[in-house]
Design a protein around this ligand. Structure first.
Ligand code: SF4
Length: 215
């Protein structure tokens, strides 16, 4: 991919989604990290249905660290993996209370020590809660990066993240992450991408495969 193509992709995504932000409802770093941890293998819409009750009952990290697991399970049981997620967010809260003075850490190495927090979740927290430029590679970003030629099909998520960071100006990392998620969620979906409407069809590596079934 050359610089001209990169710039065209970024400008197209910007014009499609000029104002982008995280779709997980949250009002602080605690609510965000819990919401992102709960979002694994489900949608933001589903997470947003359970978090108001969860945060009403457990309004801060200390309250969640003292929660009974059965109660948390009841509140989030509509989500997949709710038992594991309940366990993870309570243990995560305990560590934040014990080791970080009840403040969600703002360093990658510290975030990744928390239960249920991997590199993707950490990058979202750094970007959204702390305004640190990052590119969190979720399923949408991974797919779009490969279709548009930022990365190879057999690259793992860390390789995809590094290639995106190399090719995109740091000042655009966070916005591009959100724009790629929107593009993947609403336009270039996994199964029925809208190839026949796509302004990037000439750049796409999968257009021949998808344009036939594009809607
Ligand atoms: S041509 Fe289709 S698969 Fe390629 S980026 Fe556009 S919508 Fe996605």
């Amino acid at each position: 991919m050359n610089t001209l193509e990169t710039n065209r992709i970024l400008e197209t995504l910007q014009s499609l989604y000029p104002n982008v932000e995280c779709e997980l409802i949250h009002s602080n770093a605690y609510e965000l990290i819990v919401a992102v941890a709960l979002s694994a293998q489900t949608t933001d819409v589903n997470v947003n249905k359970v978090t108001p009750r969860l945060f009403e009952k457990y309004p801060d990290v200390l309250a969640l660290s003292l929660a009974a697991i059965n109660d948390v399970q009841q509140i989030i049981k509509s989500l997949g993996l709710y038992k594991t997620k309940s366990n993870n967010i309570i243990l995560m809260a305990k560590i934040i209370v014990a080791d970080y003075d009840q403040i969600v850490p703002n360093k990658m190495k510290d975030l990744c020590k928390l239960n249920g927090v991997g590199r993707k979740t950490a990058n979202v927290v750094l970007s959204v809660a702390y305004n640190v430029p990052t590119i969190a590679v979720d399923t949408h970003v991974n797919r779009i990066a490969k279709r548009l030629g930022f990365a190879k099909n057999d690259d793992d998520v860390l390789q995809v993240e590094k290639k995106l960071m190399r090719k995109i100006d740091r000042s655009l990392w966070s916005d591009t992450h959100h724009r790629m998620i929107h593009f993947g969620r609403y336009f270039c979906t996994a199964r029925n991408p809208k190839c026949n409407l796509c302004p990037l069809v000439d750049i796409c590596k999968e257009k021949n495969k998808n344009i036939i079934k594009g809607k």
